[in-house]
Design a protein around this ligand. Structure first.
Ligand SMILES: Cc1ncc(COP(=O)(O)O)c(C=O)c1O
Length: 455
């Protein structure tokens, strides 16, 4: 068979383990959890998201163990927005996780999946009145974001003729900048204290917990230690002032996955300190303040990306190989930024799914969209793969399968490989019928016959 002509280029490669292009070793990944990439694509198409059930369960159990070894009362709540596929949420609930939701849609999903109301944490800056009322009725853990929500909940308490149990979300300076101060009540400027005063003055709500989520992809465990110190000091202050007894502290999420941020020097797999360091920071501090509470407060955690990112893979296929006018190498993949949203934050690993030439070249990886912004990796030292060859992108389990956008192309299927190595479709690939299901053409526009004129 005639081979395709490829214009030659001379690139200096030094012999040995490493050179300036990285390790010259052909590392490829032709199977995920023992299932061949080729088989997955043949059966479910490309691109394709693949989730590993083993990795999800293993990482969850690891996280629970790390915290439970250090503190007696720990409860994880699955952060729905990180990945709210029914199968994924059900898996976490099967492992014992509660649900953490930030909208009425997510709340309804948790209820549909059988999570009891009191095991649903309701966060977020916008909880419509009826959703708040349902959550109050079901005795969910409502975390108040702003004064308007306090007023709404007081009205709900009057309507339900019973006090509503609540927590407030706080934000504070933990040494992480820019500070996330847009959610909840600020501690340093006394906003949080004002919120508690209001709750205590009107007496319709019962304050049971304090919540904070200091930010996301926090590489510094000490920031959580500071958060606990400040929350405990605040607990003491409101106990002394109002006699409030706090029963739980929710430290939110924010632990990093092993992804590598753009601009991060070390690869994520080396920079990540492991969830145990976060457990030490949080539990160590909590254990120091035992005398303040009758019994240790329940520690709630809403970790998202640190639990699921590594369990997710995206298989993409090479559509074309190009050279830009300045000579830069480029590959067009069939998965773009609408599918791999986290490409905006991370330098994912792009691993060829087949053996390849060891000559690497700085390459741009484009997606398939007819949009200039569709770049899934602006620069990567990469082999010159050919059309039809495949790439496995990892870790992609967090936020892609929720933030992905239907734009120009159908969203792909998602497959979960079970612990015995069998793949299951957990979300089908989209098609035209699905996409147009909600659309309608007003009668006066509906044409019997296409009237477009030919030139
Ligand atoms: C309130 C809250 N909890 C938990 C999470 C999960 O965060 P992460 O995925 O960084 O652990 C988020 C994400 O932004 C959040 O806003």
């Amino acid at each position: 068979m005639a081979r395709e002509y490829v214009k030659p280029r001379i690139l200096q490669q030094k012999e040995g383990m490493m050179n300036k292009f990285g390790a010259v070793a052909s590392r490829f990944m032709d199977a995920i959890e023992g299932v061949k990439v080729g088989r997955l694509v043949d059966e479910y198409g490309s691109p394709l998201f693949v989730l590993s059930e083993r990795a999800i369960r293993q990482q969850y159990r690891h996280a629970v163990r790390e915290f439970s070894l250090l503190y007696p009362r720990v409860q994880f709540s699955w952060s729905y927005k990180t990945n709210y596929l029914d199968a994924v949420c059900a898996l976490y609930h099967q492992e014992g996780s509660w649900a953490e939701v930030v909208s009425e849609f997510e709340y309804e999903k948790a209820v549909k999946l059988g999570v009891p109301g009191e095991k649903i944490i309701f966060n977020g800056p916008y909880k419509p009145y009826e959703a708040l009322k349902t959550a109050a009725r079901r005795k969910s853990k409502i975390h108040i974001d702003h004064m308007e929500e306090i007023a709404a909940l007081e009205r709900i308490a009057r309507e339900l003729k019973q006090p509503v149990e609540v927590a407030i979300r706080m934000n504070m300076d933990t040494g992480i900048y820019p500070m996330w101060s847009r959610f909840g009540f600020n501690l340093e400027n006394q906003e949080a204290f004002a919120a508690v005063s209001r709750i205590q003055t009107t007496g319709k709500l019962v304050l049971k917990g304090l919540h904070c989520h200091i930010g996301t992809f926090i590489m510094e465990p000490n920031a959580y230690k500071v958060a606990v110190q400040k929350m405990v000091a605040f607990t003491r202050k409101i106990r002394d002032e109002f006699g409030v007894g706090i029963e739980y502290l929710d430290l939110g999420g924010g632990f990093p996955s092993t992804n590598t941020l753009h601009g991060q020097y070390l690869p994520g797999s080396q920079a990540n300190l492991g969830i145990g360091k976060y457990a030490e920071a949080i539990c160590g501090e909590l254990n120091r303040c035992g005398s303040l509470f009758d019994k240790p407060p329940l520690l709630l955690l809403e970790s998202g990306r640190a639990l699921i990112d590594e369990a997710g893979f995206l298989i993409a296929s090479v559509v074309a190989r190009k050279r830009l006018s300045d000579g830069t190498a480029a590959l067009v993949l069939d998965a773009g930024i609408n599918t791999l949203v986290t490409a905006a934050w991370y330098k994912h690993e792009f691993i060829p799914a087949q053996a390849y030439s060891e000559i690497l070249e700085n390459t741009i990886l484009y997606g398939p969209l007819c949009m200039n912004i569709d770049v899934v990796r602006p620069l990567i030292s990469f082999p010159a793969l050919s059309a039809g060859e495949r790439v496995v992108i990892h870790p992609v389990g967090a936020y892609n399968m929720t933030q992905w956008m239907q734009f120009i192309r159908y969203r792909p299927a998602i497959v979960l490989i079970d612990t015995k190595g069998s793949p299951h479709v957990v979300r089908k690939a989209e098609d035209l019928a699905y996409l147009t299901e909600l659309e309608e053409i007003p009668a006066h526009i509906r044409e019997k016959k296409f009237r477009g004129r030919l030139a």
